[in-house]
Every structure is written in structure tokens, then in C-alpha cells.
Design a protein. Structure first.
Length: 253
């Protein structure tokens, strides 16, 4: 139960109080529950969209996005902004890139990245709501929270001190692989659009992983947060674009 509460406390704004300081093993095990937390976030968004479907779509899509951000406390958006600033300001140098990530201030590139991601998310959410595909909102937070599990399982954590290093060291590998496969299979519930969304999800994670290794030799907490946001956007866009271009009949279903 403690690993689940750790995941819930870290990934959401839910008022979770742990009775004791978690062990390194529990921190590692908490990664297994990240997709479950993502599923919970998705179900909340689904319930919100379903219960307020009578209001104008433009307003509802804004509410869904705001609640999505509020539920996570903007944690991953912060990682996205830090990573974007570091990637541009680092000039290809690993040490400079890592140093900029530690800087709490947000530069113009970080602000621009936040604007682009939120705009694309809002647009894709609008399309989903317009087509009354409310249940699809469950899929994208789930895929997003699958990203840390995949990255920590396969990629070196570059900072030797901190929570991330212990999580990477004590992650249960066999259980993690099973959860990854199960979550990807869930996407088939939404037909070919869900499957294509998962394919784009895998491709994006592999691409980002390669870029992180190339630049800084692995991952940090900020790059993982950035990956979650980028993957959510890519999977959302691939879903709605596939509906429009390749499976238009699903829009009338």
C-alpha cells in the first residue's frame, strides 16, 4: 500500500500523508503504480467531461485542461520548461545542460514550450469532446505515467544523489515489463486510433531516450517530466489526427 501512496503523493495534488519515511525499495516499487495513478487522473477527466457535456465545448475543453494540470500540480510542465531551457541554453554541452536544469527560473524557451504544449493539448481535447469521445481521455494520462516506468527501467539516471537514483536501482523489473505490456494492450479498446496512439507513444519514448543519452548520458527528473508532457501531446494528436484522416467512420459511430 505504501508504494501506491508514494506514487499518488508524488504525481498528484491529493492530500496524502505518509506515516513514515519510505525506504529505497518502496520508492522503486512506487514506479509500478504510476500507470494506475495515470488511470485515476484519466477517469476523473472522463467523469468531468461526461457530467458537464451540456456546456459549450470550448469552455469544457478549457476546464478539462485546467483540471488536468491542477491534478498534477504542474509538476511535469515544470520539468518540460526546465528541459527546454537547458536543451537550448546548454549548447550541446552535458554539464551546462544539467546546470541549467537546476536553475529554478524559467527562460523564454521554457515559456514557449509550455504555451505550445498547452495549446496543442487544448486543441486535441476540443476535438475529442466535439466528437463525444469522452472515454478516450482515460488513455493519455495512463500512457503519460507509463513513461517513467519505461525510462527508469531502461536508462541510467545521471544524478547520483536524490530520489531518482534509488528508484532506478530498486525498480522490480519483471513486474514493470508486465505492466508496460498490459497498459499498451489497453489502448486497443479504442480501436485502430488507440493502437496507433500507442505506436506513436513507443516511438516518441524511444526518440526522447536516445536524445537524452546523446546529450547528458541518461535521464533526470526534469527530462522524465518533460517526456510525460511530450508523450501525452503526441499520443493525443496521433489519436485525433488518425480519426480525421484514416478512420473518419469512427467519428459517426
Amino acid at each position: 500500500m505504501t508504494p501506491f501512496l508514494i506514487a499518488l503523493q508524488f504525481l498528484t495534488t491529493f492530500p496524502i500523508q505518509l506515516k513514515a519515511m519510505p525506504t529505497k525499495q518502496q520508492n522503486g516499487q512506487s514506479l509500478l503504480f504510476y500507470p494506475i495513478v495515470g488511470l485515476m487522473i484519466g477517469l476523473i477527466l472522463f467523469g468531468l467531461a461526461l457530467s458537464l457535456q451540456a456546456i459549450p465545448i470550448i469552455l469544457l475543453s478549457s476546464l478539462v485542461l485546467v483540471v488536468w494540470i491542477w491534478l498534477t500540480g504542474g509538476l511535469h510542465l515544470d520539468g518540460l520548461a526546465d528541459t527546454a531551457d537547458a536543451w537550448v541554453g546548454g549548447f550541446g554541452n552535458a554539464e551546462r545542460t544539467l546546470a541549467i536544469m537546476k536553475d529554478p527560473s524559467c527562460g523564454p524557451i521554457g515559456v514557449l514550450s509550455l504555451f505550445i504544449v498547452c495549446l496543442l493539448k487544448w486543441s486535441a481535447i476540443y476535438v475529442l469532446l466535439e466528437q463525444q469521445l469522452y472515454s478516450a481521455l482515460v488513455l493519455f494520462p495512463l500512457l503519460g505515467r507509463l513513461v517513467p516506468l519505461m525510462l527508469f527501467l531502461s536508462t541510467r539516471y545521471v544524478r547520483t544523489q536524490g530520489l531518482g537514483s534509488s528508484m532506478a536501482e530498486f525498480i522490480p523489473k519483471t513486474a514493470a515489463i508486465c505492466i508496460i505490456i498490459l497498459c499498451l494492450l489497453i489502448s486497443a479498446y479504442w480501436g485502430w486510433s488507440g493502437i496507433l496512439s500507442s505506436v506513436c507513444f513507443i516511438a516518441t519514448v524511444l526518440y526522447l531516450r536516445a536524445k537524452f543519452i546523446q546529450r547528458i548520458g541518461g535521464i533526470t527528473g526534469d527530462t522524465v517530466g518533460a517526456s510525460i508532457e511530450i508523450v501525452e501531446v503526441v499520443s493525443l494528436l496521433s489519436f485525433v489526427i488518425s480519426l480525421s484522416l484514416y478512420f473518419p467512420s469512427a467519428l459517426q459511430a
